[in-house]
Design a protein around this ligand. Structure first.
Ligand code: ATP
Length: 328
């Protein structure tokens, strides 16, 4: 099996995240180091179907380790969800003599990779690239560290104006159905309250907390709201609710939006991407398939993709407790 892999392809798919370029660079350079051919597939599965391929060498990935986004572009591809679409994609892989595939993306991209393997026995390895940190089998996904640092930086700036005007700010952050960005960035930025989907504490608790905060002498407050939170109100409705029930507060809203997905990756994400890229190529060479590369206790580990896509990672309860204590 070990000498079967001669040519590896790499693609990015789904939402982009900082660190994807560093992972592409790592895959390409590891192939060069191992004397394997490497093919870049542009625009994810769409590019695979259309044969949007390019040969890469070690120099093709110069000066990208520091860049956000993905030089290979990303795409959502409906056709790949169909057996006919995957048939076309597989035909392109065969036509180009590709022996193995590294998919950098999230749950959806991994599901597609798994189907490619199921239907054509094509070797695939996944690298988790998403800012949401919601994939089982890894403590950190690529881009999460950069995203929480971006959020902390933004909240630090919001805090300056909040404290100058004695205001309460609701800051909405990304994370889809999970609260990892909200909780980590919230603790890091010293938020008074953090509303996450995993914990619906209810609006009464929010009002109580804000009352206590005012009574204890705090003049300004930051409340982080994960986009998937379960209060049943969006940030603008939360503002109205608090203004109605606690008129002492002058409330403002900030939705951080897509800025959280961009920017230069942190050193942590660059190192993680470099390590994961090496592991992905080595795993294919060793004849492994259908695994996702992850990190736990600073060790790279492989988790079957079928496990990784089963559920979201649970919230860190210890950090929830720390956040409760810190908001005293
Ligand atoms: P993000 O976490 O940013 O959403 P993702 O990888 O989960 O990233 P998706 O849009 O869910 O992003 O999936 C990316 C692509 O993977 C889809 O456009 C599609 O081509 C392919 N894909 C997703 N789900 C499936 C599926 N069930 N079967 C086949 N292909 C799929």
């Amino acid at each position: 099996m070990a000498d079967k892999i001669k040519k590896i392809a790499v693609l990015t798919s789904g939402g982009d995240s900082p660190g994807m370029n560093a992972a592409i660079r790592s895959v390409v350079r590891t192939c060069a180091y191992m004397k394997l051919e490497c093919i870049a597939i542009y625009r994810g599965y769409q590019g695979m179907i259309e044969g949007d391929f390019k040969e890469m060498n070690a120099r093709s990935v110069n000066n990208i380790i520091n860049k956000g986004g993905t030089i290979l572009k990303s795409a959502r591809c409906e056709e790949f969800r169909t057996p006919e679409g995957r048939q076309k994609a597989h035909a392109q892989l065969l036509k180009n003599n590709i022996d193995g595939l590294v998919v950098i993306g999230g749950n959806g991209s991994f599901t597609g990779a798994l189907k490619l393997n199921d239907e054509f026995n094509f070797p695939v390895i996944g690298i988790p690239g998403t800012i949401d940190n919601d994939i089982l089998g890894t403590t950190y996904t690529l881009g999460f560290d950069t995203a929480i640092n971006t959020v902390v930086d933004a909240i630090d700036k919001i805090r300056d104006t909040a404290s100058s005007h004695n205001r309460l700010f609701f800051v909405e952050v990304m994370g889809r159905d999970v609260g990892h960005i909200a909780l980590n960035a919230g603790v890091g930025a010293g938020a008074e309250e953090i509303l996450i989907p995993e914990q619906n504490l209810g609006l009464d608790r929010l009002l109580d907390s804000l009352k206590r905060s005012k009574a204890s002498g705090k003049s300004s407050s930051i409340v982080i709201v994960a986009e998937g939170d379960k209060t049943g109100k969006n940030v603008f409705e939360l503002k109205e609710y608090v203004e109605e029930h606690l008129p002492i507060y002058d409330v403002r809203v900030s939705v951080l939006g897509h800025m959280q997905r961009g920017g230069n990756p942190t050193c942590f994400d660059r190192v993680l991407a470099s390590r994961m890229g090496v592991k992905a190529v080595e795993s294919l060479i060793e004849g492994k398939s259908n695994y996702m590369v992850g990190i736990r206790d600073n060790q790279l580990i492989l988790t079957p993709i079928s496990e990784a896509i089963k559920a979201h990672t649970a919230i860190d309860e210890e950090l929830v407790r720390v956040s409760d204590i810190m908001s005293t």
